[in-house]
Design a protein around this ligand. Structure first.
Ligand SMILES: [Fe+2]
Length: 191
């Protein structure tokens, strides 16, 4: 008997913000001064977060997107999304022990996470294959489609992924407070 398999590739793209070094310290300082509240609902635990905090979303946003816009346009053009608009953006700053449980970003074309500060790559986002239950139970995906993927990222990288893709921030390792700060943003195709 012949058993043929066909499947889909689930894309997670990684780019590096060219001017990361130039904006890093200033942006961290702006975010630090905001003294954002913790986000602890539904079992997640993030020390400082601007999600749903409209007043906190002004200066750092301008600084980041002014610096990143042309790079992002280049990335999205490559990803066949030449016309795009920003849907929502927020920052998250993690202390050791913090985590963000499994979630998706819903109805956006590309969800993104920029690693403004990442002292340990083990603290990077972990993605889960949509068919991971079949993968784990029945072993029906090739080894190059792992059920769990932690991309090899470093500070200054941006991951770009479909908004439906489940992911989590693993429990943050390390000793230093504020060992990871990310800027998350959702982008939608227009036109
Ligand atoms: Fe997320």
């Amino acid at each position: 008997m012949e058993l043929r398999k066909e499947g889909f590739e689930i894309p997670v793209y990684i780019s590096h913000l060219p001017n990361h070094e130039e904006i890093r310290d200033g942006l961290l300082e702006i975010i630090d001064e905001l003294d954002a509240p913790a986000w602890t609902e539904n079992g997640l635990n993030i020390a400082r977060c601007s999600y749903d905090q409209g007043k906190l979303n002004q200066r750092w946003r301008r600084t980041f997107f002014d610096a990143a816009r042309s790079h992002l346009s280049e990335v999205y053009a490559e990803l066949k999304t030449p016309k795009w608009e920003l849907q929502r953006a927020w920052f998250q700053s993690y202390d050791p022990g913090n985590m963000h449980h499994l979630h998706t970003h819903g109805a956006c074309t590309w969800a993104n996470a920029y690693y403004l500060k990442l002292s340990d790559p083990a603290n990077a986002t972990v993605f889960y294959h949509p068919s991971r239950h079949w993968v784990e139970l029945r072993g029906c995906l090739e080894s190059d489609s792992p059920p769990r993927l932690q991309p090899d990222v470093r500070e200054g990288d941006i991951v770009h992924f479909p908004g439906y893709l489940e992911h989590e921030a693993p429990v943050t390792r390390g000793e230093d407070p504020e060992s990871k700060t990310i800027i998350a943003f959702n982008v939608t195709q227009v036109g």
